[in-house]
Design a protein around this ligand. Sequence first.
Ligand code: UTP
Length: 284
Amino acid sequence: MKVVIPAAGLGTRFLPATKSMPKEMLPVLNRPVIQYVVEEAVAAGADDITIITGRSKRALEDHFDRNPELAGSAELPALRQLDELSEKAQIHFVRQRSPRGLADALLSAEKHIGSHSFGVLLGDSIHLCDPPLLRQLQEVFEKMGGRSSILALEVVPDQKVSSYGIAAGPEVAERTIDVQRLVEKPRLEEAPARTAITGAYYLTPTVFDAIRETPPDHRGEIQLTDALVHLMAREKIYGLVFRGRRYDTGTPELWLEANVRFALADPKYRDRLREVIGDASTPP
Ligand code: UTP
């Protein structure tokens, strides 16, 4: 499976931490977010991964490269795990020339993807899903005849509807809708459904033509949801309300939540964290 991981955004919601380092390199426990994303892609069957990078994103390339100075260090098993990842999948890096939106980022991978269908995972979001999320999307892709793009969807509460792209349409199979309408960040009264696009996709290569047809928004960015509206005029799109959980790490609050939840689920960190939280009345 070919997978594209866009990681070229500016991360303005996480400044100043992201001024000179990629937000995708922020750690959740001891691993950077991008490593979880690559692990998740490999677990779904990815053997060819393209990470879209940009200015100030060199650390992403270095992370998946060997570091001879660290050979023999006490942390070797952790590094070996990382090496194995690079052996299971070829990892390529392509630069987006300037951060002109998610759809524009995907366009930078077009030459590499060619005429294949491909998975997309965002470089700042981790999914805990069984089976892995891209495998779930690929299964729907195959079930629906192998000619339609599939969007990962999540049912969101009313107060969050206006922060997401919403996909609506009749249910055609278990947890699967035939997408008839796509609305970017609707007001609650105008939202056709509560099923939100979460940022993971299994796309046909026709999406590249659709992106080229899509004008930039008022901020000069080409939004993928807008491009999907163009794609829908050419091909069918389905949405899957996936099984599992998503952890967006794009803001300090969300990143902190991911760290706390992962730490509470890990025997190595759990007890110490509980102790610290119990003692939270003491200022730092
Ligand atoms: P976001 O919109 O969350 O990322 O995009 P951002 O633009 O970096 O964040 P803020 O709003 O400024 O804080 C989701 C994913 O898409 C990538 C980002 O790197 C992130 O992993 N992206 C976004 C690109 O690769 N290129 C872009 O032009 C925009």
